[in-house]
Ligand binder design. Sequence first.
Ligand SMILES: [Zn+2]
Length: 512
Amino acid sequence: MNRIIIVLAVFIGLAANLSAKQSDIQKVKSASENWRSQQGLVILNDFRDLLSMPNVASNLQDMAKNADWIESYIAKRGFKFQRLEAGGAPYIYAELNQPGASKTVLIYAHFDGQPVNLSNWSSSPWQPQLRDNLVEAGGKDVSWPTAANQIKEHWRLFARSSGDDKAPVIALMAAIDALKSEGINRSVNIKLILDGEEEAGSPTLEKLLDKYAELLKADLMLFCDGPMHQSRQRQLVFGVRGTIGLNLTTYGPSRPLHSGHYGNWAPNAAEQMIAALDSIHDENGRIAIQDYYLDVRQMTEEEKRAISVMPEMDAQLKKDLVIAESRLKDTRVEEAIMQPAAVITGVEVGSTRDKARNVLVPQAHASINFRLVANQQPTKVRQLVENHFRQQGYYVINELASEKVRSQHSKVLSLMWEKSGYPAFRSSLESAEAIKLSNILSHLEGDKPLMTPTMGGSLPIYLFEKALNIPIIILPVANHDNNQHGPNENLRIKNLWEAIDVYAAVLAEFGK
Ligand SMILES: [Zn+2]
């Protein structure tokens, strides 16, 4: 009898706790909605100002301007900040404490963007333009609104870094303002780390983390970058792929030769390159390099289950992208990105079409982007790839070949590795922090978020994992069709608005 009463009491207590949480989160949601309906235009104007500043990491002057702007923007909300530099573009560290809060959340975003090819953009990447749809879908320009109630959720704001990754700065500050406007306390202390060189591979991050790891200590790190799921459902992401780039060169004769006189006599750089590249995959699209899969971490049961309940996007993606079959047959995209990829990203040799000439050319060049998955190490990948080409009969060197080398070896392959490679990151779907975040998002949006074991893009998360040893979860807010890294990058207004709701809910509830 007693036991029944206790069980009942616990059950009623739990239920009361859950519904209290539900009503608390609904309060947060309405605070966020009210704030947007009053201040939406101010938020959008602020976003436009931030996006108007060019932000390629190699231009330190531009990056300093961006950092100045962000520092004054966050200082208005009471953040204490300092600029961290180790010879590259700046990082901003900032904190905002909450009296009484015992938990601290460290939030990462980056404010640099990919370089642009201006001729491919429909409007200047640094002059934010609203449109009512994607450019490819016939989106029309919309004139800038003059009041919050004119803003439409389906509009998109086009500018470099609108989707990747300046929105979190704006949305997070709006979330803080929204909570304050209705007297809702934050439940956590906030730490921010804003990266000014992510698109350049965050080359100085390791140095900074060596020095400032203590400063960044927190109970949870939220990585606010990357796209949402293709179904537009909210997702928490627990991993990213690693990356390492390789440039290859093969050799023919020392000068261009007439293809009639020498075509089947002199070695051909183009044919050598094609053979080298062709050896990388088998006919099923798997990497055919010996032992390449030995280190690859197998999917856990929980990861398999999480993928099996995600909406199947393959058919739609194939239709959109005009693709007959996926590279790994019968493997849905979410599973494919749990496997390593070797992507030939470019080949340069001779001339084609109206510029085709009947010559054998002296050199061919190609680039490969290796996308790594959990447990693969860049140094080991490098070793396996070089061994592979040796097994194929190539004389492998890590510089351009001298005349002496070319005169002594019939198959010379220069492999030049990019220095900025890094390993993948993957964390547990079942940590207490993951469950708590999932519950907060469920209460906020009515649906459980997707628990995505990994996303395809690469972020330098492994450095934070190594330096901080705290749970790290990726919380993307951008639409999947944001054209990140490409021309006509954009963010849907609805994604910006919902990002404010999400940040407000996490700030108000995670520490409870
Ligand atoms: Zn990004």
